[in-house]
Every structure is written in structure tokens, then in C-alpha cells.
Design a protein around this ligand. Structure first.
Ligand SMILES: [Zn+2]
Length: 295
């Protein structure tokens, strides 16, 4: 090795060492910057990190929250147990979503019914409860919500119905008497609002409205696990889930969602796989929400 080659080798060794140190420094600086950025996002956008809701980052980030009037907040405080159990920060997000949903939809009275603000808020809150863990809560395939005083005759079904999710006409239909009953008795695993919005959630997705990355990611997972559990239920039945769940996969999901919110501990106890797959799909855990409140 002549002196020239020796000097060149030394220079290369020093350069390689400096390069490693520079890379480590840049990586550490990037980690620090990302940590600070995340902290800022959580603070500025009021992001809720509770274990019950929004475990996926950014699902609750909203650049411009809208305010719900105090009269409307009173309606939620009076009639909506799910909202009552939420931490204060989540309540603000819930209120904003309720207002946006309510403004997006056309509410139409049927029969001799007069639509009140209470009806609009109550129905909107049911949609927001179901989708509260998700990023997209708008059900954009559905424009109209028809409210009947009680059960109504369905031309499509040729029978009296309590509720109907009509994707073809972009319409949801509810019997108001039965919608109210669903929330008045909150542990009988029957909730008309959650049931119909569960159908609407799937039909909205199947219509091509794939605006929620999380839902899209878990839909196929739910479909395969849900189908497995559905066929198991058809064979073995359940002392807990009502028989209507065996009608088809859509009804299975809707009935399970009613149980998921009304008696989460029991659904988890009897059918842990069903509970966990809905928890993943909807990105929320009512079991934890119940416990957080009782502590
Ligand atoms: Zn149904």
C-alpha cells in the first residue's frame, strides 16, 4: 500500500463513520419530531385517546367542530344513555357529528305525525352511536329518513314493519313509537335505531361509498368471521341471541349490534368471537365504556 492509497482508505473510513452518525441523528430527530407532532395533534384537535373509542389514530380528528344548541344537548342528556356515559371531550365530538348528520338528512313525517327537533336529534344520535369509532359517520347513500307514528305497511315487504332500510330509494323508515322503546328499555337487546342503521352501514358500503379506510380494512375480516359464526349459530342456536339473527347475514349483524351496545358483557361472555369481530369492525368497545363510567 502506498501512502496515497493509505490516506484514501482513512478518508473513506472516516466518511463511513460520519455517515452512520448522521443517519442515527436524523432518525432520532425524526422520531422526536413525530412525537411532538402527535402531541400537538392530540392537543389542538381535541383527540380522544380513551380505550373505548377511536383506537385508530385520527378517526376523531375534525378540523372544524360545529356546535349543537343547548336545547339539543338537553335532548341528548335526557334521552341518550350512550352520550351520557361519554367523557367530556368525546361528548363535544358526538354533538358535532349529530349536528352534521342532522343537517345532511331530510326528515319526512308520515301518517299524522308532526316531526319535532327531538325526533331529528334522537335518530341522528343513533347513527352517530353506531359509527362513533369510525372516521365516516355520514351514511352518504341515504338522503331521507321517514318517520311513522307506529308500525307501517311496507309495500316492498308486503307486511307491517317497525323499520326499513331501503337502499334503492336511499331511505330509512322508522316507527317512532318503536324507535323510542328501543332506548327506553336499554338492556333487552332490542334497539330499532341501531338495527336499521346497521343495515344502512353495510348497504352504504356496498353501494360504493368506501370513505372509511378502517371499515374497508375490516369489512372482509368481519365477513369471513361473521359468516363462520352465523352458520355455527344456525346449527347450534343460542340461549342469548334471538332466533331472528339466523335469518341471513345482514340480520345476524344487526341483531348482534343491538346486543353489542345493550348488553356488551353478556355478548362477550356468550359469544366472544362475535363481540371481538364487531369491536374491530366498529372500532369501539362498549364494554370498556361501561366500565370507565362505573369507576
Ligand atoms: Zn333487519
Amino acid at each position: 500500500m502506498n501512502i496515497h492509497t493509505f490516506l484514501l482508505d482513512q478518508t473513506n473510513t472516516v466518511s463511513a463513520g460520519e455517515e452512520v452518525i448522521t443517519t442515527v441523528c436524523i432518525t432520532l430527530a425524526m422520531i422526536a419530531a413525530l412525537t411532538i407532532f402527535r402531541g400537538l395533534v392530540l392537543t389542538i384537535f381535541n383527540f380522544d385517546t380513551s380505550a373505548a373509542i377511536g383506537s385508530k389514530l385520527f378517526n376523531h380528528v375534525e378540523l372544524r367542530k360545529v356546535k349543537l344548541s343547548s336545547d339539543r344537548i338537553n335532548i341528548l342528556n335526557k334521552h341518550f344513555p350512550y352520550y351520557q356515559k361519554l367523557p367530556a371531550k368525546s361528548k363535544r365530538i358526538f354533538e358535532s357529528r349529530v349536528k352534521r348528520f342532522c343537517d345532511l338528512k331530510s326528515f319526512e313525517p308520515k301518517g299524522n305525525l308532526l316531526i319535532s327537533d327531538e325526533m331529528r336529534i334522537f335518530i341522528s344520535a343513533s347513527a352517530i352511536q353506531l359509527t362513533f369509532g369510525l372516521r365516516d359517520y355520514r351514511f352518504m347513500h341515504f338522503d331521507n329518513i321517514e318517520i311513522y307514528p307506529e308500525k307501517f305497511y311496507s309495500k316492498r315487504g308486503r307486511a307491517y314493519h317497525l323499520g326499513e332500510t331501503d337502499a334503492r330509494n336511499r331511505t330509512l323508515r322508522f316507527s317512532w313509537a318503536d324507535f323510542v322503546k328501543g332506548y327506553a328499555i336499554d338492556d333487552d337487546n332490542r334497539n330499532l335505531g341501531l338495527h336499521e342503521f346497521s343495515h344502512a352501514l353495510f348497504l352504504n358500503y356496498l353501494s360504493g361509498k368506501k370513505d372509511d379506510v378502517h371499515f374497508e380494512e375490516y369489512y372482509e375480516v368481519w365477513k369471513s368471521e361473521g359468516s363462520r359464526q352465523f352458520f355455527k349459530l344456525k346449527k347450534e342456536r343460542s340461549s342469548y341471541l334471538r332466533d331472528y339473527a339466523t335469518t341471513n347475514l345482514m340480520e345476524f349483524f344487526a341483531v348482534c349490534v343491538e346486543c353489542f351496545f345493550e348488553t356488551p358483557d353478556q355478548l362477550h361472555g356468550f359469544h366472544p368471537k362475535i363481540y371481538n369481530s364487531i369491536k374491530k369492525l366498529l372500532c369501539q368497545d362498549p364494554k370498556v365504556l361501561h366500565k370507565e363510567v362505573s369507576h
